[in-house]
Design a protein around this ligand. Sequence first.
Ligand SMILES: Cc1cc2nc3c(=O)[nH]c(=O)nc-3n(C[C@H](O)[C@H](O)[C@H](O)COP(=O)(O)OP(=O)(O)OC[C@H]3O[C@@H](n4cnc5c(N)ncnc54)[C@H](O)[C@@H]3O)c2cc1C
Length: 393
Amino acid sequence: MPTANPVPADRCDVLIVGGGPAGSSCARGLAGHGLDVRLLDRAEFPRDKICAGWVTPQVMQTLAIDPESYGRSRVCQPITGFRVGVIGRRIAEVECGATVSFGIRRCEFDDFLLRRCGARLRLGQRLESLERREKGWLVNGRLHTPILVGAGGHFCPVARHMATPLRPREIPVAAKEVEFLLDPEQAEHCPASGNRPELYFTEDLKGYGWIVRKGQWLNVGLGRQDPDNFPAALERFLDYLQAEGRLPPRTSRRLKGHAYLLYEWAPRPLYRDGALLVGDAAGLAYLRSGEGIRPAVESGLLAAEAIVASGGDAARAGRLYRSAMVERFGPRHPAPPRPLTDLLPLAWRPALAGAVLGHPRFARKVMIDRWFLQRHQPALEPVRAARLPDPDL
Ligand SMILES: Cc1cc2nc3c(=O)[nH]c(=O)nc-3n(C[C@H](O)[C@H](O)[C@H](O)COP(=O)(O)OP(=O)(O)OC[C@H]3O[C@@H](n4cnc5c(N)ncnc54)[C@H](O)[C@@H]3O)c2cc1C
């Protein structure tokens, strides 16, 4: 019996796996350059993402989003101050005098970015197989691409494929949150104010919890770089908020979890073997705040720039991307340094942390301005992509 000819694989110039802020930013950066760019995501959009949904103005600037227009039909809560300190210690009220951040809902924000990104979208399709071919990759047995971008978040399948057996152990930040619409009674008895998110560090400074109110939505969560003791720390945090009267009635204690890696010592490559990793797939979150949306957006755009400049040569794109990332975010270190607080006797640490972090001047100048707002790091230049229509702005 004659054998049927195998179906030739479909081809594209760049395949992006993952449609979060990293993937959609990369796609938008590639738009207008005459490339056939496809973006694959296992989810149908809008989809949710476990996140507090706080973004800095630099993100809006880089993405050329006007918060006012964006907020006309979506949640975009201006933030003008913070309530910060250590759990059970002195709490500082910090007033910034201007809008310094925004609270968004990820289901809306990510959908907005994805719909305007300009790539050919393949949603509801999971990356199932990856085969290295002479000139690129064969994806799911039917799509060939010379350049692959892994933007699938912390558990990105491209990052998993690139992992070597002898790679150093990863030390993730474990984080959990719950986000819900306040009913009228809860809204009336919710002390959290939309323009002043609350940040509460744990006494050992291994993480912090938050209350972020975005209009009628409330997000409560905790992130810690100490996964073993996470459940106990979360219980203590929720008990504390309850005792202080910071939670509205009937706030659920069933939080959903995810993880991410911090840029400084994430043992993941930015480029290997014809594939670039961006966003959480590469482990890029900021050390002190855990902010991951900004590095996701910036890495996506830097990867796009490198791909365009490489003229389609994956190895060259990888080298350009890696050096642009080191220039922007600094070098990575093999392992986390011992925190200075480890030099202090155990019994002193909580009191000292409480006194320092709850001091209004320190809270404003160091914790908020440097750690959380990264005011010293200007926004990456706005997207240079050809002007694409924005969805219903
Ligand atoms: C509890 C919590 C709170 C946080 N709060 C904040 C905050 O307030 N501000 C902030 O800046 N950062 C925050 N972060 C970090 C931030 O959420 C991430 O850094 C950011 O989402 C990274 O974006 P990304 O595009 O790299 O990945 P993601 O947003 O995770 O997107 C990855 C995409 O890949 C897709 N995907 C995964 N696997 C596959 C597959 N096999 N096939 C196809 N598609 C796939 C997923 O469906 C998803 O759409 C928080 C994180 C957590 C866990």
